[in-house]
Design a protein around this ligand. Structure first.
Ligand code: ATP
Ligand code: MG
Length: 182
């Protein structure tokens, strides 16, 4: 069974996973890279419409014991019995905007992705498939090193699972319009 790191685009999955793979001696399976190599992103730049059944089959053939599987599609292309623990990285939508602007995402794509993080779509879908194997880490305001340490603690001791509610924060800040209006 594998450790999995998932979460919305831009939360820091690959950055953190590369360091963790080094420290723990795991080899990374990058779901996006596998999908890309199989030509599955060619028709749509978003990853929303990939053929998850096909990707699931390809992944099943690739996975072995010492893998760290990474990608926002993880909850849709893995089965519970393939997973030891699935870590959902969470990051404030206010920080994500900066990441997306640096990536030059168009406004609509920024809203789609921050909206998804605020509503907790990935964590919801992860819990519904992986149940008690799901854990969350909030890396907002953390350095990469601190994020890596949090994840390693969670992998090794099972401590540090966090509750995250951006909707509450955004509502209190009176920013619902900023993220959800046209
Ligand atoms: N504490 C942190 N942990 C991880 N990444 C961070 C942190 N702070 C800032 N970053 C930065 O966030 C940016 C996004 O990280 P990264 O590309 O790893 O995201 P990702 O989740 O893999 O995105 P995608 O799903 O699009 O592949 C990077 O520029 C990274 O350096
Ligand atoms: Mg990445």
């Amino acid at each position: 069974m594998s450790i999995v790191i998932t979460g919305n685009p831009g939360v820091g999955k690959h950055t953190v996973a590369e360091k963790i793979a080094q420290i723990l001696g795991l080899s990374i399976i990058d779901i996006n890279k596998i999908a890309k190599d199989a030509g599955m992103f060619e028709e749509n730049e978003g990853a929303n419409d990939v053929d998850t059944e096909k990707l699931k089959k390809i992944l099943a053939q690739r996975i072995s014991e010492n893998n760290l599987i990474v990608g926002h599609l993880a909850p849709y292309v893995l089965e519970k019995n393939q997973v030891k623990k699935i870590i959902v990285l969470r990051r404030s939508p206010y920080e994500l905007i900066t990441v997306y602007k640096n990536r030059k995402y168009p406004d609509a794509k920024i809203k789609e992705n921050t909206g998804s993080e605020i509503l907790g779509i990935i964590v919801h879908d992860t819990i519904s498939r992986f149940e008690e194997k799901t854990v969350q880490i909030n890396i907002t305001g953390k350095t990469i090193q601190e994020g890596v340490e949090k994840v390693i603690t969670l992998i090794s001791s099972n401590e540090g699972n966090e509750k995250v509610d951006w909707l509450d924060l955004v509502t209190k800040n009176n920013d619902l319009r900023k993220f959800f209006a046209d």
